[in-house]
Write a protein of this length. Sequence first.
Length: 114
Amino acid sequence: QVQLVESGGGLVQAGGSLRLSCAASGITFSFAVMGWYRQAPGKQRELVARIIGGNTNYADSVKGRFTISRANAQNTVYLQMNSLKPEDTAVYYCNAAGSGLMYWGQGTQVTVSS
């Protein structure tokens, strides 16, 4: 059974930083495409960042501020978020994709106050 467990969300002031973690189990982590998505109230879920092997890509809105990384030995993917803005407020979801399947974590709330 695949499980993705996020942690690290919370409340932070604008300009601050948070690091999200996603611990994965039940998948061959090193072969999975790992990503972070977010969904703000009243908006669609959107891709924030994705890591495929050692290659990364980011939404334009977070480029230069967020960094995605992975530790295959720990089956964990991280999202370092710096210079946070109120518009970054959302529920952040970890995602794993591979072999035609996609899995989601339960989400972690990130709230950025102005």
